[in-house]
Design a protein around this ligand. Structure first.
Ligand SMILES: [Zn+2]
Length: 504
């Protein structure tokens, strides 16, 4: 099967081949952990997850790495020379003003003057949301989710290399990347030097302009002993620019040239343009990532999402029912965020969420019926099975999700003379979609009344089976009620009690 992806770098759909025959090395720009991630962020992260899962079911081993930005991402990042405020500082200020950055739980951050505590809190929240939404990179080994502050030494080493190779220079306490030293600058975004020269001076002070060789030169390090997070360096105590972390972590984890780099379309410029300049400047290669893939913006009810319009939603807002008035199952939000093509602007609506809930319900009920008919035993199928083949072929066409879903729903509505084979096909499809779990989502835990300890929902189901086996009906009823009160539908299956979260 030939796989084709749209490559932002060439502005065209290209045939995809990884550098190594069977392994794909993929890097995704992750969140800045100064607040909860919003549904637009998750659209981009889940788009990366979809690529990864599709490639895995197609037979590749995918080494997928995502970063966590916990320093140096400034509020005015357009020209990338340290303008504005570090976003970690914004979080700190809001917490101290009592706005709790919107919603940080009372008392969850002991000391709001400590940016590391803020970063740790929102990192934990992000990973919990990511797991609930089925983002595989968050389930894996922690070494695939990298924190910028853990790579300061490596950043300083790359900055030193860039200076030695004539790509960077220090001027009045700032190390700048010299964009004129890299003729390819602007190739990804179209913001070539003649264009940025005209438009980039606005926010830069006269003084800064005088120290830069070119107005588009961007910051790699800034000496600033008053910055909230700072490290010693040959250029003075200070902090790294935002872009350098991704060049450093991608290279360290995945090598000098990688197969796929993903992000939201807002990252194309300056962030990804600068990443290319840094990595190629340091390695001497003419390529950093062979494929640059970007997800378009997410709108809410046809409008740009903004806090002032009141249509700004974090993932946990939606899961908690802020948009709909009732809790939404994570699988429904996942389906909603992956169901439209990544290169089309996505319009997130309450109606769309309800459609997604009914689609996910169909998938879950189909899987449950197959589980009951087969006792959960699947046959063996491979990618040549006609249903799976058509499903994967749709995705191989630049991730045509609607084409792929157009294969799945008519198929599940049809006859299934061999449920073991159908279950096997469905399991493969669900490895990509990841929306029809029988098991409760990881992290779901409930405490039984009178018992302090929280138990995973599966354990409660087993306890219920045990109680029924010893004919302790009242204990079984208590557990059933606990699960139902926590929003689970409880039913019997040939494999014992099954609890599924209510959908929406
Ligand atoms: Zn990045």
């Amino acid at each position: 099967m030939e796989i084709r992806f749209y490559n932002t770098l060439s502005h065209s759909v290209e045939l995809f081949h990884p550098i190594d025959a069977n392994e794909v090395r993929m890097y995704s720009c992750g969140p800045t952990v100064y607040d909860y991630a919003h549904i637009g962020n998750f659209r981009s992260f889940l788009f990366a997850d979809l690529i990864r899962r599709f490639l895995e079911v197609s037979g590749y081993r995918v080494h997928h790495v995502m970063n966590i930005t916990d320093v140096g991402h400034m509020t005015e990042d357009a020209v990338a020379d340290g303008g504005g405020e570090d976003k970690m500082q914004v979080a700190m200020r809001k917490l101290k003003e009592g706005k709790k950055s919107g919603k940080a739980q009372e008392g969850a951050i002991e000391n709001p003057d400590d940016p590391y505590q803020i970063a740790a809190y929102f990192t934990k929240a992000f990973l919990a949301d990511a797991k609930r939404l089925g983002m595989k990179v968050a389930f894996e080994h922690p070494q695939n989710v990298l924190h910028a502050t853990a790579y300061i030494d490596e950043m300083l080493a790359m900055i030193r290399d860039l200076i030695e190779r004539g790509h960077a220079y220090a001027a009045q306490g700032v190390v700048y990347y010299s964009v004129e030293s890299f003729p390819e600058y602007g190739k990804l975004s179209g913001n070539t030097l003649d264009k940025v020269q005209a438009g980039s001076g606005g926010r830069v002070s006269e003084e800064e302009l005088a120290t830069k060789r070119h107005p588009a030169d961007f910051m790699l390090w800034k000496a600033d002993p008053r910055h909230i997070m700072k490290w010693d360096s040959p250029y003075g105590q200070g902090y790294p620019g935002w872009h350098i972390e991704c060049s450093v972590m991608a290279r360290k984890a995945l090598g000098d040239v990688i197969d796929i780099h993903t992000g939201g379309e807002d990252l194309i410029f300056p962030h990804h343009e600068c990443e290319i300049a840094q990595t190629c400047g340091a390695t001497g290669n003419d390529r950093f990532a062979n494929f640059w893939m970007h997800a378009r913006f997410l709108m809410v009810e046809g409008e740009k999402m903004s806090k002032s319009k009141g249509n700004f939603f974090t993932a946990r807002d939606i899961l908690g029912g802020k948009a709909t008035g009732r809790a939404v199952h994570p699988a429904v939000l996942r389906f909603e965020l992956i169901k439209s093509h990544y290169r089309a602007n996505m319009n997130f609506t309450v109606k769309g969420l309800a459609d997604s809930a009914s689609a996910v319900r169909k998938l879950i009920e189909f899987r449950q019926s197959l589980d009951e008919k087969t006792g959960g035993e699947a046959a063996t199928v491979d990618a040549s099975h006609p249903v799976l083949k058509t499903f994967l072929e749709a995705l191989s066409d630049d991730l045509n999700v609607s084409g792929a879903l157009g294969v799945v729903f008519p198929w599940i509505a049809g006859d299934h003379p061999d449920p073991h084979e159908s279950l096997a096909v469905f399991q493969e499809i669900n490895c990509v979609l990841s929306v029809a779990p029988i098991e409760p989502f990881e992290g779901d835990a409930i405490s039984l009344e009178g018992e302090g300890e929280e138990l995973p929902v599966n354990d409660l189901c087993r306890q219920m089976d045990d109680a029924r086996a010893r004919k302790d009906w009242s204990a079984a009823d208590t557990i059933r009620k606990t699960l139902q009160d926590a929003g689970y539908e409880v039913r019997n299956s040939p494999n014992g009690t099954v609890a599924t979260r209510q959908l929406a």
